[in-house]
Design a protein around this ligand. Structure first.
Ligand SMILES: Cc1cc2nc3c(=O)[nH]c(=O)nc-3n(C[C@H](O)[C@H](O)[C@H](O)COP(=O)(O)O)c2cc1C
Length: 341
């Protein structure tokens, strides 16, 4: 099984590169239209998209979402390139699931990113279902420590596990175990899906267990159901294709979860965000931070400079949109649904 966990990350990247339809391109952000201001009463060079998140400064609200790690040159290269760019551009970064380092000690190196990114906001990552398979606070602490992370993401992926031939589908009683990690861990715990979204009953349950930061990771972008279908082929029933668009599209998830902000919940938007306008719309719908995974895969395979160029182009477009909406800062943007036509 340990070989499988390590190999799987490479297979996922190969499948994403081979099959463009794993990126579903249907989150629905294009159906949201914003109110253009011909008279923004602002100077473009005064627009300030910066913020502070968990006490660290970010140049604008971008998160490179959790992708990879393991004992392989390719994934070490990806994480190093992303970390160098996150540091240079002052954006946040999550690593992929760190479960592999408990079976493959050599995988530690791929998560050891603090030298490359001494000040960046970095998030560790584990699958929440592992808490039902023997993982607990010690493993969560190890995952945080190797990265000297600012927080730990626990991901929820029942669809992916159900399609995976070797999937862990024992999700019963998980909320209590997540609650125990939230109350015991020294750093904040963030809960995310991986592309099917969170629904209000999930938020209710997670908030009751102490969760305060929810990343909707909705549908419409990378489809893990479709990716796993490639790997499950031998079964031949194409279950992963039937469910490839299953879930809550990201803008819908944000709208449904926005009322929880009144209880102090911080929302992160991800799943199918593909450009700065998708980010702007997510912030208007109440998100504090916007994550993208797949858009960074190709640049990360190339070089730190390629990732930096991608981030800088997104930041320029983000600032331009703020100018055209007449918003001098994120306070004027966040949750301001009057900006939607
Ligand atoms: C290559 C790749 C690997 C991923 N691995 C993980 C992972 O290990 N843990 C996790 O929480 N999410 C993982 N994700 C999911 C992303 O963090 C994100 O939630 C999802 O892909 C939706 O975002 P996107 O549409 O921008 O790709 C991965 C995504 C990609 C593209």
């Amino acid at each position: 099984m340990s070989g499988t966990t390590n190999q799987r990350k490479i297979e996922h990247i190969d499948i994403l590169q081979r099959d463009p339809e794993t990126d579903r391109n249907r989150a629905g952000f294009d159906q949201i239209h914003l109110r253009h201001r011909a008279l923004p009463e602002l100077n473009l060079d005064e627009v300030d998209p910066s913020l502070s998140f968990l006490g660290k400064p970010l140049s604008f609200p971008l998160l490179i979402s959790s992708m990879t790690g393991g004992d392989h040159e390719k994934v070490r290269h990806i994480n190093q390139n992303l970390a160098a760019a996150a540091e240079h551009c002052k954006v946040a970064m999550g690593v992929g699931s760190q479960r592999v380092m408990f079976t493959h000690p050599a995988a530690h190196a791929s998560f050891d990113l603090r030298q490359t990114a001494p000040t960046a906001l970095l998030f560790a990552n584990l699958g929440a279902v592992q808490l039902n398979k023997g993982f607990g606070l010690p493993e969560c602490r190890d995952a945080v420590d190797v990265l000297k992370a600012d927080g730990l993401y626990l991901h929820l992926n029942p669809l992916q596990e159900a399609i995976q031939p070797e999937g862990d589908t024992c999700f019963k009683g998980l909320a209590d175990r997540i609650g125990a990690v939230i109350s015991g861990l020294e750093v904040p715990v963030l809960i995310k899906e991986i592309g099917s979204g969170l629904s209000p009953p999930d938020a209710d349950l997670l908030i009751a267990k102490g969760a305060r930061i929810l990343d909707v990771a909705g549908s419409g972008g990378t489809s893990w159901s479709r990716i796993e279908n490639h790997r499950a082929r031998s079964g031949g029933d194409d279950l992963g294709l039937l469910f490839q668009d299953w879930g809550v599209p990201t803008p819908v998830a944000l709208q449904e979860l926005a009322p929880f902000r009144e209880q102090g919940v911080i929302l992160i938007a991800s799943g199918g965000l593909r450009n700065a306008l998708d980010m702007i719309k997510s912030i208007i719908l109440g998100a504090s931070l916007c994550g993208m995974a797949k858009p960074f895969l190709e640049p990360a395979l190339e070089s730190p400079e390629a990732v930096i160029a991608k981030i800088e182009s997104i930041r320029r477009a983000f600032t331009t949109a703020m100018f055209l909406l007449g918003c001098p800062n994120l306070r004027a943007l966040q949750g301001n649904t009057d900006l939607i036509r």
